[in-house]
Structure formats: structure tokens, C-alpha cells
Ligand binder design. Structure first.
Ligand code: COS
Length: 386
């Protein structure tokens, strides 16, 4: 369901004000403390940001993909750690349930996820299965009408806060590929589930990842996403979730790029060298113009792909194009921003250095650039052979 244009525009204005007045002033504090303060978490909850893409019938805002990317452009105007806090409830943590879950499963979890009372995480990656997600080894052994899950999941975003995990595990031990993988809903307090220490990361301080260890974790077969009939269909659920997640991340990348462009333009107009603001220097102008053009291109691609997804078209290839382009683009924009600020770009006080480290992750998670290339090229070959 789509919001009427006036409601959407009011919501985006409110979000923009919240980002500028409450989140941007707290960026440095969050990075220094490696934590989002509780009062801000509450404000984020009160704004309804945990439930952006959760259907209205379950208490969310029910944004369409096109509306969701508009919100992500705005949320991208600040440190990605804030977006990450709500990112798994709106994206990879809840979408498996929204796309393929049973009505009972949705009823049990989505209302709590929509308010942020419960946080959901997506547990696909393993120590030996990253890009080759289909080779995962976590096993789910049948025991009557239960399954016993054993294995380790790695780099799981929001795991330390999560109340619910979408766990991908192999229910068919004879298969070594993506066939035979099933998606389970596993509550964090299930006996046998424990967490590793919080990972020490290059950036995105305030957003936490860690290992999720499943050691004989017993869940009922009704915990299979979509119910026992969807045994062995979990990898497809993961891929559908990632199609959507990749578009969302692309919009966050574009928001971050726009923020960096604004900051570097402001600096260039203020900083004087050789008797004039460096923004008057053509070599600096070239960097500003390149960044503006690339961010604009990303925005157009994302809006177009989101509209087509809302219209029910298969956008796997184009979502991968958006993810590849936008995440690489924000890397180039951040690099130019450091260059425009010069020495100040390398000093933590100016913030650009922090974004430079933060945005590096975008080229890696939810599928590396190389995986997006593979998805795009394979899709092209498939289309041409059809
Ligand atoms: N939507 C629905 N189904 C999909 C799909 C999509 N976007 N992409 C693939 N599938 C289906 C395929 O149709 C195939 O089904 P059939 O066997 O019935 O034909 C099945 O899933 C397996 O697909 P495929 O053969 O392409 O799988 P591969 O093991 O070769 O892997 C890649 C495909 C590499 C694309 C996948 O492993 C991947 O995305 N890896 C990156 C994982 C990732 O992003 N990790 C980040 C961590 S999560 S934050």
C-alpha cells in the first residue's frame, strides 16, 4: 500500500528534521562511545523507524519500496550506525518473514518488530560461507517434530540486540549446495544459542556485529519460515530478501554521498588558498562535479528500480546494479571529500575521515561488488538464452 503524497512528504520532512537536529549532532558521541545512547534509541522507536517497511496491519508504516528508498536517502544523511539500528528490522531481519512467513508467524513477531520492542537479525554468513552463501554448513537435524540446529554464524549485524534470528541451516545433509537449505525463526533465548564477543570493526561504530553460536538449538518445525512445506526453500528466501536489502543499502550509500558532497562543498567555499576559496579552483570543482553527477546517477537508478519492484517486476539484476554502483560511488565520493578537505580530511574532528571508514563496508556486506557483478552477468546470460 502506498501513502498519499502529502503524508509521505510530511513524514520525510519530519525525518529530515530529526536527522539534522537529533542524529547529526550525536554522530561523534556515538562513534566515540561505540554506542547509540538509550534516549536516542527511544526517539528512533517513537518515530516509527523500526517499522518503515513492515505492513500497516502489523503496526508498521508499510512503505512501498519507492517510499522506503526515499526514507533511506534521508537516513543516509547521517552516520550509517543509526540506519543500521533499524536496518535489520526493516530489511534483512524481517523481510524473510514478510515475504515467505505464515500468517501466524507474522502475527507473532511483526508487531514487536514494528515498534522496535524486538530486534531481528539475519543469520546467513558463516566462517566458511560468505560470498558462497549456498555452501553453508550449519545443520538442522530432524528429531521428531523438532529440528536441532548446530553451527556458527559470523558478522551478524545487530545480533547483540536481537530477540529473533532468521537462521539459514542445512536440512538435507546429502546436499552441499543451496538446495537443502531451510530458513528458521529462532528466538534469541532459545537454549543452545549464544553470542560471541562484539567484533572490533574499521568503522560504523555504534552498530554491532558478532558471531551467533548454535549448539544443539532445538526448535519446533513450525519455526520454519512459511511452515514445514517450505523445507529446503530457505536459500530462495535469502535471495529475495537480499534483492530488497540491496536496494535499501544503495539508497543509504547515496544519502551518505550527498552528505559528503554537502560537507566538502561547504568546506571548499570557506577554505581560502592562493587568495580565494578553493571552490573557485577548477581542479576542486572537477571533484565536486564528478561526485554530484555520480550521486545523481545513483539516485535515478535506485528510484527507477524501486518503482519497478513496486510494480511487481523482477529486479534482481537491477538491484545488483544499484548496489554495485552506489556502494562503489560513495567510496569514490568519500575519497574525493577527504582530498578536498586536505589535511582536515585526515583529521577526526572534521567527520569526513569517519565517513571514509564507515562507507567502506557498503562494498562488502549484503553481497560484495564482485558478487553483484556475478549476479548481473549471470542474469544477462540467462535473459539472452531464454
Ligand atoms: N530470487 C529468488 N530466487 C533466487 C534468486 C532471487 N534473487 N537468486 C537465486 N535464486 C534461486 C535460483 O533460481 C535457484 O533456484 P533453482 O535451484 O530452483 O533454480 C537457487 O536460488 C540457487 O541459485 P544459484 O544457483 O544462483 O545459487 P548460487 O549458489 O550459485 O549462488 C549467489 C548465488 C552467489 C548470487 C549467492 O550465493 C549470493 O548472493 N551470495 C552472496 C551472499 C551475500 O550477499 N552475503 C552477504 C551476507 S548477508 S548480509
Amino acid at each position: 500500500m502506498s501513502l498519499d503524497p502529502e503524508t509521505l512528504s510530511q513524514f520525510l520532512d519530519m525525518l529530515d528534521r530529526f536527522v539534522r537536529e537529533r542524529l547529526v549532532p550525536n554522530e561523534e558521541r556515538v562513534a566515540d562511545d561505540d554506542a547509540i545512547p538509550d534516549d536516542l534509541v527511544h526517539e528512533i522507536r517513537d518515530m516509527g523507524l523500526f517499522g518503515l517497511s513492515i505492513p500497516e496491519e502489523y503496526g508498521g508504516l508499510g512503505l512501498t519500496m519507492h517510499e522506503e528508498v526515499q526514507a533511506a536517502f534521508v537516513l543516509g544523511q547521517t552516520s550509517p550506525a543509526f540506519r543500521s539500528l533499524v536496518g535489520t528490522n526493516n530489511g534483512i531481519g524481517s523481510q524473510g518473514l514478510i515475504i515467505d512467513g505464515t500468517p501466524q508467524q507474522k502475527e507473532s513477531y511483526l508487531p514487536q518488530l514494528a515498534t522496535g520492542e524486538m530486534v531481528a537479525s539475519f543469520a546467513l554468513t558463516e566462517p566458511e560461507a560468505g560470498s558462497d552463501a549456498g555452501s553453508l554448513r550449519t545443520s538442522a537435524r530432524k528429531d521428531g517434530d523438532h529440528y536441532i540446529l548446530s553451527g556458527t554464524k559470523r558478522f551478524i549485524t545487530n545480533a547483540p540486540r536481537a530477540g529473533l534470528f532468521t537462521v539459514f541451516a542445512r536440512t538435507d545433509p546429502s546436499s552441499k549446495t543451496s538446495a537443502g537449505v531451510t530458513a528458521f525463526l529462532v528466538e534469541a533465548d532459545t537454549s543452545g544459542l549464544s553470542l560471541g564477543p562484539i567484533d572490533r570493526k574499521m568503522g560504523q561504530k555504534g552498530s554491532h556485529t558478532c558471531d551467533v553460536i548454535l549448539d544443539g538449538c532445538r526448535v519446533h518445525e513450525s519455526a520454519i519460515i512459511g511452515g514445514p512445506d517450505r523445507l529446503g526453500q530457505g536459500f530462495k528466501t535469502a535471495m529475495k530478501v537480499l534483492d530488497r536489502g540491496r536496494l535499501h543499502i544503495s539508497a543509504v550509500c547515496t544519502g551518505n554521498a550527498e552528505r559528503l558532497i554537502r560537507d566538502s562543498l561547504e568546506y571548499a567555499m570557506d577554505r581560502k588558498q592562493f587568495g580565494e576559496p578553493i571552490a573557485e579552483k577548477q581542479l576542486v570543482q572537477a571533484m565536486l562535479a564528478d561526485s554530484r553527477t555520480e550521486a545523481f546517477a545513483a539516485r535515478c537508478m535506485i528510484e527507477e528500480t524501486a518503482r519497478r519492484k513496486d510494480a511487481g517486476q523482477n529486479v534482481s539484476i537491477d538491484a545488483a546494479c544499484c548496489k554495485m554502483y552506489a556502494s562503489e560511488m560513495v567510496g569514490r565520493v568519500a575519497d574525493r571529500a577527504v582530498q578536498i578537505l586536505g589535511g582536515a580530511g585526515y583529521i577526526a574532528d572534521y567527520g569526513v575521515e569517519r565517513f571514509f571508514r564507515d562507507v567502506r563496508l557498503f562494498r562488502i556486506y549484503e553481497g560484495t561488488t564482485q558478487i553483484q557483478q556475478l549476479v548481473i552477468a549471470r542474469g544477462m546470460i540467462r535473459q539472452a538464452s531464454a
